[in-house]
Write a protein that binds this ligand. Sequence first.
Ligand SMILES: [Zn+2]
Length: 302
Amino acid sequence: MSEGPEVKRTADKLTAVLAGTKIVGIYSKTIDAKIQEKILGAEVRDIETFGKNIVISFSSGIFLRNHMMMWGKWRIYDRAAFDKGLANAPPRSIWRSKTALKNADRSSNGIGKTTDVREDSRVRLVLLTSNHAVVQFNGPVIQFSNNHPSSVAPLSLLGPDPLKGTFDNKAVLKRLEERNEQIVADLLLDQTFVAGVGNMYKSEILFQVGLCPFIKTSAISKEKKVRLINQIPRTLWYGYYNIGKTRPIGDKDAQISKWTNNHWVFRRTGHICWVCGKSKIQMDRKRTRRVTFWCPSCQNCS
Ligand SMILES: [Zn+2]
């Protein structure tokens, strides 16, 4: 799952090995030969995130925009291991549950099997430096351009990014007040409102401010609107620094169940709310564009 904080962490990892470094090899079945030529020998100037997008700038004036959607991923390998065929591609089962993995026939469908990354069919782009092989799997958006992608759609249409210093709470409050007829849970996912909030952070933010996910923004009090805007960057920064977790985990909690400890409501359907201790977390797939989790008591919402 690649929401703003996860994308930013990926960009940090790419920056650590690519920034200021010369590209000595590039491989892709899908990009134009002229673009490849321009990237070869160029240095990586900068890697920046725009909501859920990563933009890599090369010294030759080429830009790469990547959006990972739900299934794209980047991996960084030691160059020597990559050249020797010792770099393994991520398992295809990486998103499956442990139970599914246990029950699956690993030998017949390749689940759990690791392969030489150079032969993996999911590879869309390889950038080689002297020390590293940086590999993009699956895409799904890999777009090269001569102009910075932020000047054109879709990046030019993005709302303010809560993980940037330019995020202006008052300006975002004004944007919120201009969108009176939207369901608040759907508005948070609208990247033209704010950029980077995905489905998990959506439910967590609404829980943290005690807002019913299904109401229209016009029904939210001014005070709650201010709290909502303030909470968006707080929750995203917390997720960024805590590797996708949205709540602090006590020692006692850690003994119960790993996944359901990480969040207030997300994917906790049927579990007792951490805060009120009386309601069970609910899930709904119909009232909002994507699945939503909430506590009926804490969010005053049936
Ligand atoms: Zn509750």
